[in-house]
Design a protein around this ligand. Sequence first.
Ligand SMILES: Cc1cc2nc3c(=O)[nH]c(=O)nc-3n(C[C@H](O)[C@H](O)[C@H](O)COP(=O)(O)O)c2cc1C
Length: 302
Amino acid sequence: MERLATEIAGIKMINPVMVASGTFGYGEEAANFIDLDKLGAIITKTITLKPREGNPPPRIVETAAGMLNSIGLQNKGVKDFIENRLPFLSRFKTPVIANIAGETTDEYIELVKILNKEPLVKGIELNISCPNVKKGGMQFGVDKDCAAEVVKAVKQATSLPVIAKLSPNVTDIMIIAKAVESAGADAISLINTLLGMSIDIEKYQSRLGTMTGGLSGPAIKPIAVRMVWQVAQAVKIPIIGIGGIMSGEDAIEFFLAGASAIQVGTANFIDTQAPLRVVEEILDYMNRNQIDHYKKLIGIVK
Ligand SMILES: Cc1cc2nc3c(=O)[nH]c(=O)nc-3n(C[C@H](O)[C@H](O)[C@H](O)COP(=O)(O)O)c2cc1C
């Protein structure tokens, strides 16, 4: 498996395939179906300082080639994560990357200060891109100065690698990417979900309790590939590609566009084996094309 070994922002991984935040919980249920030690990294569901109940139902709608969700960052807070979720993850060698969100910059800082003390947490992914919460979340991700401010503040508060997860709900993703790179981000992950809506024509109402939600799945892949490619032309830090990855071939597209690693999200809801199948299919492609290391594929398409 040496052919897939990598290091992203100083985090060593056996392969470049991670699981995307919010689509894999904290690994506990998934461990019944797959060997967590075969993943590149586990990105936790977003953790906030205080518990959050999330949004009113319905919170999930299937769409053509994708799904809309409006979970609203439901989670039990950082204390519960440390006491009840991390101990389970300590059984595995796979690096754990904590995805966090705050309503204010101070909340992000407080969160990283708490997570700093946990040796199991190998990196921080900053959710500055959630379209489903009124305060915080996406507000940071759609404004270059806000995005830079939160990255800078978090970098000062931790020595852990910081990955800025970007929102696609912006006019020019390159501006935001450059801003977070200048602020000290060690890597960028993109994309989070695209703001969308689905209407029940019999009831004359939105199919989601919050009216709008985040679109994910194969439907968003071309947009994600485009944004990864654009960001790859704009920054030097590693890019982690996310968006509609269902197969190894999908992952290869992201590598060619400039991603150094990828995350599997919605696919986890369809196929519990998806992330490990993606790993196998990347290897199949490499074998078919006589590629000795996947890194040779990164950024070939300029
Ligand atoms: C049900 C659901 C919950 C999600 N929750 C989070 C979350 O808590 N934090 C976050 O940063 N992204 C969250 N996401 C976004 C995913 O991590 C990912 O960026 C997005 O779904 C695009 O990838 P995909 O098309 O492979 O799913 C969520 C996505 C889904 C479908």
